[in-house]
Design a protein around this ligand. Structure first.
Ligand SMILES: [Zn+2]
Length: 410
């Protein structure tokens, strides 16, 4: 069946040639076609062009009424499989406790791990599926989900199996990341090496054998995993065919940026603190700096210096970090408002950081994140907006009229 979306005011993300990571000055230029149409067949874009050149008949015609159309968001960093919200800790924070203090008092990741340990696989699936549905309705067309609230072999595999079920049951691309090294579990409080050995000798081989994850991630930061521990884990993962992603520099300058670059990690995520030396290091490597403004907003910590990074010529990516502790939201339009208002990005820079660059951080840049012939027909029809900046300007309000994922319209 062929569906033609006609009368598109502006069709964005129409790159000439194979899209690649957008960097530096290129990030402010978002290619588009005015007064356009898009023809979809079996979920794939088969033609795009100007309304003036439109020819032939189709099975179904959908009038976009002059609205702006964007590629669907590619959210490359989330933790949406979790058992429960952590509203109690939110209350503690409102009373003045710091994130690290809450973690020391048994809150934080260990709190999520305790709740996940006793949750059934079906219940975990059902709650995560609700979140994925919500994300798709908010325009997400590709998604990464991490484990890391299990912290035992049994619970980590349970989380990863839930992600596999989400992969099979939803029409968007989902990548799974094994994050056994999210925190040292209580049982190994006095035996860090014991837990790291378990990750390396038991969990990574099993995760690989069962095909449960695409990537391996480590929380390489103050109070979590050191550079040497992170390196050992990621080297083991590489041996089993899992490429690296790294959480670094959220709580301190951890050295994780250099480690990510040296290990040719796909992305290095957080970077709320980043030094000029690290920016130069990133410029010389392929690792994508992925910034998570929702975390800075929710925790009240500094924002990653996105403006400086782009001005230095880097290609940044933005992602939600949707998780129950530090970012209980996957609302990308709000994240774009934060990126523009707090990180001083231009609308086109922010949008490309979470479309084409998000696709690169998921290694899906040949199929999503752009609207070109041969790509998946995953896009967002904006609701009466006259300019892209109105997405960020009307902060907190959904700019979305429709989300199209292949042959599905949400
Ligand atoms: Zn994270």
């Amino acid at each position: 069946m062929r569906t033609r979306y006609s009368n598109i005011g502006k069709l964005y993300g129409t790159y000439n040639g194979p899209p690649a990571l957008r960097k530096g000055e290129d990030l402010s230029f978002l290619p588009h076609i005015e007064e356009a149409f898009l023809l979809e067949e079996d979920g794939i874009i088969v033609e795009i062009g100007r309304m003036a050149d439109l020819q032939g008949t189709v099975d179904r015609e959908i009038d976009c009424e002059g609205n702006l159309v964007l590629p669907a968001w590619c959210d490359s960093h989330t933790h949406v499989v979790f058992a429960e919200s952590r509203y109690q800790e939110f209350r503690m924070r409102l009373q003045g406790k710091l994130y690290e203090e809450i973690a020391k008092a048994g809150g934080g990741i260990l709190n999520s791990a305790a709740k996940l340990g006793v949750a059934s696989e079906d219940d975990l699936y059902l709650s995560a599926a609700e979140r994925v549905k919500e994300l798709i309705h908010n325009g997400v067309g590709a998604l990464e989900i991490k484990s890391g609230y299990g912290l035992t072999p049994k619970s980590e595999y349970k989380m990863l199996r839930v992600i596999q079920r989400l992969k099979s049951n939803f029409p968007i691309d989902i990548k799974a990341t094994f994050l056994g090294a999210h925190a040292i579990p209580k049982a190994f409080k006095n035996n860090r090496t014991g837990y790291i050995d378990q990750i390396i000798n038991e969990m990574i081989p099993h995760v690989s054998k069962e095909g449960l994850a695409d990537y391996c991630d480590v929380f390489c930061d103050k109070g979590f995993f050191t550079i040497e521990e992170s390196r050992r884990i990621l080297e083991a993962a590489y041996k089993y065919g899992m490429k690296a992603k790294i959480h670094a520099n959220e709580l301190a300058v951890s050295g994780g940026v250099q480690l990510a670059c040296d290990m040719n990690a796909i992305s290095c995520d957080h970077l709320e603190s980043v030094t000029p030396v690290e920016i130069e290091y990133l410029k010389r490597h392929n690792t994508i700096p992925t910034l998570l403004p929702g975390t800075s907003f929710f925790l009240g910590i500094p924002y990653a210096p996105a403006r400086k990074m782009i001005d230095a010529g880097l290609g940044i990516c933005l992602a939600s970090d949707y998780n129950p502790g530090s970012t209980p939201s996957g609302n990308i339009p709000f994240l774009l408002s934060l990126a523009c208002i707090r990180m001083k990005l231009l609308p086109e820079e922010a949008i490309q950081a979470v479309t084409i660059n998000g696709a690169c951080a998921l290694e899906l840049e040949d199929t999503v994140g752009a609207l070109q012939v041969g790509f998946k027909s995953n896009f967002i029809v904006l609701d009466g907006l006259r300019d892209l900046s109105e997405i960020m300007y009307f902060y907190g309000k959904s700019p979305i009229k429709q989300v199209v994922i292949g042959t599905n319209i949400f």
